[in-house]
Design a protein around this ligand. Structure first.
Ligand SMILES: C[S@@+](CC[C@H](N)C(=O)[O-])C[C@H]1O[C@@H](n2cnc3c(N)ncnc32)[C@H](O)[C@@H]1O
Length: 233
């Protein structure tokens, strides 16, 4: 596709970050599994499937993916995700009323204008299908940390001294993020007619302690550093 994508050149660093932050990854994976629920016999679409890291821990034989970064998507294909399109969701035509679940695991955080993208996704869901959004909320401690790093151009600053996680998320990926608040996304979905909302969260601890041990998933969205919104068509 030619254009350089935000994640091109970061595929190895992205996976490595999760592998080194093993407990943080386990907490996020628990949230991911809880949000997806039973996927047996269902048709799923992962928007911004990346390297398919999370999918590699579940049965991904019915999971299709869309991914703009070839670096990331090629790894997802090796892990068993059926990457149907290399491109931005904004540029892809989706078939109507086709999927049982469409999910964005961390990818809304790299998109400016969410309404057209969620509208397109809702159209592609069957009646009663679920749209699932998992992200670092802008209002969380992680959100503040990424925005501070982005505005300072470094994590290596006196404001952040002795309060950072040992291995923070790569600054380039924190800086290219368009961090949205959870309520901003809920408002967009409500305006589009989505219903029956549910919320789950994890990464309740402050970022510098997050990787000490895996966390449980809890209901709600007001405390977590990683939050799932589940809405129905
Ligand atoms: C934080 S990563 C998450 C990757 C994967 N879902 C995971 O959970 O490991 C965000 C992903 O969204 C993709 N992305 C960014 N903008 C996108 C867009 N407009 N349409 C589709 N995917 C996008 C990026 O290339 C990247 O792979």
């Amino acid at each position: 596709m030619g254009n350089k994508q935000k994640f091109d050149g970061y595929a190895a660093q992205y996976d490595e970050w999760f592998m080194k932050n093993e407990h943080l990854f386990t907490s996020e994976l628990r949230l991911f599994k809880k949000a997806l629920g039973d996927i047996d016999g269902k048709r799923l679409l992962s928007v911004g499937c990346g390297s398919g890291l999370f999918e590699s821990y579940i049965d991904c034989s019915n999971i299709e993916g869309i991914e703009p970064s070839e670096d990331m998507g090629k790894i997802a294909e090796k892990r068993g995700v059926n990457v149907i399109k290399y491109g931005l969701i904004e540029d892809v035509d989706l078939p109507d009323e086709t999927y049982d679940i469409i999910y964005f695991n961390g990818s809304s955080s790299y998109m400016e204008d969410l309404a057209p993208v969620y509208e397109k996704s809702l159209r592609a869901l069957r009646d009663g299908g679920r749209l699932i959004l998992l992200d670092v909320p802008k209002e969380s401690a992680f959100g503040f940390m990424y925005l501070l790093g982005k505005s300072l151009g470094t994590y290596n600053h006196e404001f952040l001294q002795n309060v950072m996680p040992e291995l923070p998320y790569p600054l380039a990926l924190a800086s290219s993020g368009v961090w949205h608040s959870t309520e901003e996304k809920i408002d967009v979905l409500k305006a589009l007619g989505a219903k029956n909302f549910r919320y789950y969260q994890t990464l309740i601890r402050n970022p510098m302690y997050t990787n000490e041990e895996p966390e449980e998933v809890s209901e709600g969205y007001k405390s977590g550093g990683y939050v799932a919104i589940i809405a129905e068509k």
